[in-house]
Design a protein around this ligand. Structure first.
Ligand code: ADP
Length: 751
């Protein structure tokens, strides 16, 4: 339990303000449920600051159930507004009166920099506002003393991802989903008719959505506010790239423009202007699609649901530990962990970036956006090239090979595309090995050219093919022969467990087979997220979104009857997909192999279900990892609950199977695949020819790209269960429980 300050017990209010963003509901839900878990009174202020000024029905006490059924909804269920009254002291005086009358002395604000600035001002004025209310005899002195300080905590809801103090704002990942869905759709029709499109996306001062969606969709060009084209004749350059691309075989041309795009002199670049330029230069009609509010809408992505659960939870704990002297904090995510930063410092920095852009100091603007933004921009500039730079005369042209191993994971193609293009652009030769390690044994190897990976950024599955081949004695001879025959000087394995194992075998057989003395690097691509050295593997985010979408539907289907669903998800022995999909869908219980399942657990869960359905519960949802327990299978658990539940409820099970592996990769998987593949190719180029040759696996560790020695692979894994020894996400289990297990007052229980 967090440390309590002197003003106990605290009553908390939560509001959403400013522009709405998908995921705000999940944040409100998390705040309410965590506060209830901490025995606090919790209120929701409806319609943003306007509701705080109006009071009455607009400030409502919340129960466990009042935030049920909103997790999957876009927008904000408690409403948001822009409120002029709150900008005036008179309005804030009224708002303070409404809060203090209910005994509320802490506030969690979910909004953009404007809303957070307003909250900070309110907090600063609070003692004076209360004194004035006492003087006017609108509140008693005792009431004022009970709430003498206002604690505030901010969460950033904004689809633009434009706020300092957090790597991701609530809603940005969902907006990227909407944009990539739209651009994927546009590019298929554009390709059919060989058309040119200009797509305008949101982002007045922040090019995040434009840049990342261009990487994710394989667009031809992106214009962002932070880094305008650095030449005066950029129009000509852009058109030249599009023209050469067409000549090289591209069928569609797509330019993504952030709404705040500008040129080096600070003149806005509108989508209309880009269209005009393209039409004049290419002599062909160009079409504009302004995505507008579509980007704000729709059901939140898995990331925007589970991240917000963690943020909302942390915000309440911050309120509990805050003392009046503490500066108000903003809760965000940095390097895949929840962090706290001084709220107003973040607001000031956010304004500072806007100021730097306005002052045309673009270098500084890119600097302030941070390393991965800059890297992404650099990668984009290579990937969009219509054709590679020709090799430098006299340079050593390496022959680097790429292959897969393990099950297919969405994002594999994206990674291959980035590797091929970066390698070729640096003057090297890239060989594609078909069918994973079996292809290396068979010598099924082709040279890949620039256009051979056109359209791969968004394609699910694995075009090169993948197998779960485990290498045995005679395989090594065949592999050594083909490495020598093809003169392979570096190997990139993009895949999962079986691929890592095979790469490790090659690495450890180097003394026996000199041909294996080449740099080898593994890139984690597996929906199971069970690879060492990487907190997230490529494909897991897509799988999580696939699971979430199906479970949302399953839940809807069950509304009409009193039913409990047991849903089985993949992951082998790794419970990542089960736990995170549980968080994203509001499952009451997740069963993980890491925790085990006992008969006692099942009895307890059954008693809980029986009790819930007796008291009006309509839906139960349990998520089970496919190997949670060898004997207590999904069918067994369903049968047990069905039989013992009697007439109170019925039970259905759903084994989601391969749909989890399918579909187009999510934007996150595409972006990370590109980022990691770029690093892997740079690694192979750097290490080629050195002795002894390096063996490594790359990963995302606390949000950063890191390399690990392949030699450490066995030490870092529990090989019997094919998962890393350390799994960061296990820490999230208590939070998942707080979100999922209703208190005694709940009627409905789930969601
Ligand atoms: P966002 O929070 O998305 O940046 P706005 O800037 O429109 O959106 O702010 C939302 C609301 O927050 C405003 O309508 C107003 O009620 C309040 N607000 C914003 N800035 C201030 C301020 N400087 N002082 C008081 N209230 C403010």
């Amino acid at each position: 339990m967090a440390q309590m300050s002197t003003q106990q017990p605290k009553s908390l209010a939560v509001l959403t303000s400013g522009g709405d963003a998908p995921g705000m509901n999940a944040a409100v839900r998390a705040v309410v449920r965590t506060a209830l878990d901490q025995d606090m009174d919790v209120y929701a202020v409806y319609e943003g600051y306007q509701g705080m000024v109006d009071g009455g029905e607009r400030i409502r006490k919340m129960s466990w159930d009042s935030v049920g059924g909103i997790l999957h909804q876009g927008g904000t269920a408690i409403g948001s507004a822009r409120c002029t009254a709150f900008r005036n002291r008179e309005g804030r005086l009224q708002a303070a009166r409404n809060l203090v009358t209910l005994g509320i002395n802490s506030l969690i604000v979910i909004g953009g920099d404007g809303s957070l600035t307003g909250a900070n001002l309110f907090r600063q004025e609070w003692p004076e506002l209360l004194a004035e209310l006492v003087e006017q005899e609108k509140i008693s002195r005792e009431t004022a003393e009970r709430c003498s300080q206002l604690a505030i905590v901010g969460l950033v809801g904004s689809i633009d991802n434009d706020m300092f103090g957090t790597d991701m704002t609530i809603g940005a990942d969902t907006a990227l989903h909407r944009i990539t869905e739209a651009v994927d759709a546009i590019s298929s029709t554009a390709a059919s008719h060989q058309r040119t499109f200009v797509v305008e996306v949101m982002g007045r001062n922040c090019g995040y959505l434009a840049l990342m969606s261009a990487i994710a969709t394989g667009a031809d060009w992106a214009l962002i506010p932070e880094s305008p084209p650095n030449v005066d004749n950029w129009e000509e350059k852009m058109c030249q790239v599009l023209k050469v691309g067409r000549e090289a075989g591209r069928r569609d041309s797509i330019v993504i423009v952030a709404e705040g795009a500008q040129d080096r002199n600070g003149n806005p670049i509108s989508s209309n202007y880009v269209k005009k330029v393209l039409e004049e230069y290419l002599g062909q009609k160009a079409r504009i699609t302004v995505l507008g509010h579509v980007q704000r809408g729709g059901s939140p992505s898995a990331f925007d649901r589970y991240l917000t659960a963690l943020l909302g939870h942390a915000a309440v704990l911050e309120i509990l530990s805050a003392t009046p002297q503490n500066e108000p904090q903003l809760i965000g995510i940095r390097e895949n962990r929840i962090i706290h930063s001084p709220l107003m410092g973040c607001v000031e920095q956010t304004h500072a970036i806007a100021g730097v852009i306005a002052a045309q100091d673009y270098e500084k603007a890119m600097e302030m956006r941070g390393g991965s933004f800059k890297e992404a921009f650099r990668a984009l500039r290579t990937l969009v090239r219509a054709l590679p730079h020709p090799p430098t005369p006299g340079q050593k042209r390496l022959r680097l090979a790429v292959l897969h191993g393990g099950g297919p994971a969405p994002g594999m193609n994206t990674a291959v595309r980035a590797a091929v293009r970066l390698g070729i652009d640096n003057g090297h030769i890239i060989l594609g090995i078909n069918n994973g390690f079996q292809g290396l044994i068979d010598g099924d190897i082709d040279e890949m050219d620039w256009m051979s990976v056109a359209g791969w950024a968004l394609r699910g599955g694995a075009e090169l093919g993948t197998t779960r081949k485990a290498l045995t004695g005679s395989d090594f001879y065949a592999i050594a022969r083909h490495i020598e025959e093809h003169n392979i000087e570096g190997l990139l394995m993009i895949g999962g467990w079986a691929g890592y194992q095979a790469a490790y075998r090659l690495y450890s057989e180097r003394d026996n087979f000199p041909a294996f003395n080449i740099p080898i690097i593994c890139l984690p691509a597996s929906i199971n997220n069970n690879l060492p050295g990487s907190e997230l593997s490529i494909g897991a985010d897509t799988a999580l979104n696939n699971i979430m979408e199906v479970v949302d539907k399953i839940k809807q289907s069950a509304v009409a009857s009193r039913r409990c669903f047991v849903v089985e998800v993949m992951g082998r022995y790794c419970g990542y997909l089960a736990l995170m999909s549980g968080l994203a869908t509001g499952a009451e219980r997740v069963y993980l192999h890491e925790e085990g399942v006992t008969l006692k657990d099942l009895q307890k869960d059954l008693a809980y279900l029986v009790d819930g359905f007796k008291h009006g519960k309509r839906l139960g949802l349990m998520i089970r990892n496919e190997n949670a327990n060898l004997f207590y299978t999904t069918e067994f658990m369903s049968a047990l609950f069905e039989e013992e539940g009697g007439d109170l409820f019925d039970v259905r099970h759903a084994i989601l199977g391969h749909l989890q592996q399918g579909g187009d990769p999510s934007p996150f998987d595409r972006i990370q695949a590109t980022r990691l593949a770029t690093k892997c190719v740079e690694f192979l180029i750097e290490e080629a020819g050195k002795t002894p040759a390096a063996g490594a696996f790359i990963g995302l560790q606390t949000g950063k790209v890191q390399f690990f020695n392949l030699e450490d692979f066995p030490r870092m894994v529990d090989s019997a269960h094919q998962r890393p020894i350390e799994q960061w996400w296990l820490e999230l289990r208590p939070i998942a429980k707080v979100m999922a297990q209703p208190g005694p007052q709940s009627q409905e229980g789930v969601t």
